[in-house]
Design a protein around this ligand. Structure first.
Ligand code: SAM
Length: 190
């Protein structure tokens, strides 16, 4: 298949606005794969702020970052992404050029601990306030579980009403695949 699959396309979207030395956010650290990707993108002089409500996710990702020599440029927070505006210090606000939220549950872990529409939307709203112009928020939406379907509907309703003077909003989705594969909503602040 020549078309970009969902997870590679999420990275392509972030590679455009994010440069060496930038401030970026991983809203759902999980096993740390996206955190490592972002840490490589921003280089030694940039910073990644990572959030997860599960201690296990923070510990595993911390080990992964240590092993890859990337720990110094990543601040991991064992706290919900809805606290983003309080955690990111004023000197880094306005410099955030990218954020990713890989939603749903942590693979191989407790499937009842999932992201929720209300807190995801709260984090997106805060980011739209504090990001740099042309900053990109990538939401990877998993909607195969019950809460995921609810989160999908709420996020799509929220994203469709974002004023086009505030942000460009894109949906990238394979529409003929079975079993509710994940899809992307990307929001570029204007
Ligand atoms: N990006 C991860 C990776 O590369 O492995 C996968 C993330 S996993 C699909 C979703 C994660 O979101 C879980 O680890 C879960 O604990 C976390 N989560 C759920 N609610 C959250 C919240 N309010 N704030 C931050 N993380 C949350």
């Amino acid at each position: 298949m020549k078309m970009d699959r969902i997870l590679p396309f999420a990275k392509i979207l972030l590679e455009k606005p994010v440069k060496t030395g930038d401030i970026v956010v991983d809203g759902t650290v999980g096993n740390g794969h996206d955190t490592v990707f972002l840490a490589n993108l921003i280089g030694e002089t940039g910073r990644v702020y990572g959030f997860d409500i599960q201690e296990e996710a923070i510990l595993n990702s911390s080990k992964r970052l240590d092993a890859e020599g990337l720990a110094d440029r990543v601040y991991l927070h064992h706290i919900g992404h809805e606290k983003i505006g309080k955690i990111i210090p004023p000197e880094h606000q306005g410099k955030i050029t990218g954020a990713i939220f890989n939603l749903g549950y942590l693979p191989g872990s407790d499937k009842t601990i999932v992201t929720k529409a209300e807190t995801t939307i709260s984090a997106v709203e805060q980011l739209l306030e504090i990001m740099a112009p042309e900053g990109m928020i990538v939401l990877v939406i998993y909607h195969g579980h019950e809460e995921g379907a609810f989160e999908r509907d709420a996020l799509l309703t929220y994203c469709r009403q974002i004023d086009q003077k505030t942000a460009h909003v894109l949906q990238y989705q394979f529409i003929n695949q079975r079993n509710n594969p994940p899809f992307i909503v990307a929001i570029e602040k204007r």
